[in-house]
Design a protein around this ligand. Structure first.
Ligand code: UD1
Ligand code: CA
Length: 432
């Protein structure tokens, strides 16, 4: 690990048309910048994230993920705007400095190998694009790379160049120390361009190595359209890795799995499943159209069309269609249809009938419903919390339980008595 990494994340990202800083836009449930830092930590122990626009928000979000494993540098963007200005205050520990952009979430440690291995004074990433608009064009002469010209500074001839600067470079520390103070902002955007180091070094006869890179890993995200494209690529990677580890997915293109979701054993995901946050799925079958957020599911079947909300722990359980579970622990339970189970704990052998609702909220606060073993809860029952139901209880269909506690072995019924009026139909509609 003799490599320092600088990640440029100070820009505003106006093309995103958003109040959120560009690098904080999420892909697969985590901020773009998270992925770049995660991959950087695999190859460097000296990582500096350059911030300015919404610096508090960016710093706070990344500290949550990485704590003190990374350093922050605030760019003096009012006086020194641009990618060159961003690098001005850095204090790299190592002889080689890799500069990454905070808006390239698809980069991987593996894809950066060429920069690690290169011995040149400057190594720069290039690719060829059919539509090169928005990128800096790489001007190559008889003796190799000569300079990079930004689109806004390019002549019509230069704009036709299809070889572009992908935006990742490695510099020797000496190059940075020598040329950075010499940068000027004499260009269309009045910014200090990091890319100008290349023409300066070239004039002094230093070695500049172009690395041809693939668009998939080096794609920059500048707009919401780019964000969606990057999301699809990231989802493809996440799902491929889990399928290789033994997870079955039916129509994987319709399944969404966030970074942070994990699997144990062998599970099946049907089409349209959405798995979010720190969810763990172990040996389970998640049926079509189900959403699971920040929950643990073990040896269970869920759905179709079930919603498991955060902090649920579901084990050896059957959850059927249109069942919503929130912050509940279910072990060995059957809840086959149309129920809401919130802030509850339910033990094995208990059957939750269709239409059962835990009334966990009184308009002011949330309360717990604790249900024991082998309880039979009839259809359309309202369980008004706080409530404790002991083992072996029967609750008749249509009951509203307000008792606070139901004793072991008891039956509870609360119903308006049924009234039948003979022949009323014919009186009302007339005889047929
Ligand atoms: C930059 C390159 C361009 C290249 C492209 C690849 C320059 C001058 N141009 O252009 O040649 O083709 O990337 O994606 O470098 N940033 C700061 N501080 C600033 C300005 C930007 O930290 O003052 C950060 C941004 O947050 C972003 C990165 O630098 O992460 C790139 O900035 P951006 O404005 O997207 O540069 P491009 O115009 O795309
Ligand atoms: Ca960019």
């Amino acid at each position: 690990m003799n490599l320092s990494i600088v990640i440029l994340a100070a820009g505003k990202g106006s093309r995103m048309k958003s109040n959120t800083a560009k690098v904080l836009h999420p892909i697969s449930g985590k901020e773009m910048l998270y992925f770049i830092i995660k991959e950087s930590l695999k190859i460097s122990n000296d990582i500096t994230v350059v911030i300015h626009h919404q610096k508090e928000a960016v710093q706070e979000a990344m500290m949550k993920h990485f704590g003190n494993k990374i350093n922050f540098l605030v760019q003096d963007a009012d006086n020194f705007p641009g990618t060159g200005g961003a690098v001005m205050g850095i204090r790299p520990q190592h002889e080689k400095v890799l500069v990454l952009n905070g808006d390239m979430p698809l980069i991987t440690a593996q894809a950066l190998k060429g920069f690690e291995d290169s011995k040149a004074d400057i190594t720069m990433s290039i690719f060829d694009l059919e539509d090169s608009s928005g990128y800096g064009r790489v001007i190559i002469g008889d003796s190799g790379v000569e300079r990079i010209v930004e689109e806004k500074d390019a002549s019509d001839e230069e704009k036709k160049v299809s070889t572009v600067n992908a935006g990742i470079y490695s510099f020797s520390k000496a190059v940075i120390q020598k040329y950075l103070p010499l940068l000027s902002n004499d260009n269309a955007q009045a910014e200090y361009y990091l890319t100008d180091l290349i023409s300066m070094a070239k004039k002094d006869g230093l070695e500049i190595e172009p690395l041809l890179v693939d668009e998939e890993h080096f794609k920059g995200v500048n707009s919401k359209f780019d964000l969606a494209t990057a999301e699809e690529i990231m989802q493809g990677r996440i799902k491929e890795a889990w399928m290789k580890s033994g997870i079955s997915m039916q129509l994987p293109s319709t399944i969404y799995i966030e970074e942070g979701v994990t699997f144990n054993g062998e599970s099946i995901l049907e089409n349209g499943v959405r798995l979010c946050g720190n969810t763990l799925i172990e040996d389970s079958h998640i049926k079509s159209g189900s959403v699971i957020e920040d929950s643990i599911i073990k040896n269970s079947d869920i759905g179709p069309l079930a919603h498991i909300r955060p902090h649920s722990h579901i084990q050896d359980t059957h959850i059927g269609n249109f069942v919503e579970v929130k912050k509940s622990t279910l072990k060995g339970v059957k809840a086959g249809h149309l129920a809401y189970l919130g802030d509850s704990q339910i033990e094995e052998g208990t059957n939750v009938g269709a239409g059962v609702i835990t009334c966990n909220y009184d308009g002011k606060a949330k309360y717990q419903t604790i249900i024991g073993k082998n309880v039979f809860i009839g259809s359309d029952t309202q369980l008004v919390a706080p409530l404790i139901i002991e083992d072996d209880v029967i609750i008749a269909a249509g009951t509203t339980v307000t008792a606070g506690k139901l004793e072991k072995g008891s039956l509870s019924v609360s119903r308006a008595p049924l009234k039948s009026v003979a022949g009323f139909y014919y009186k009302f509609f007339g005889k047929k």
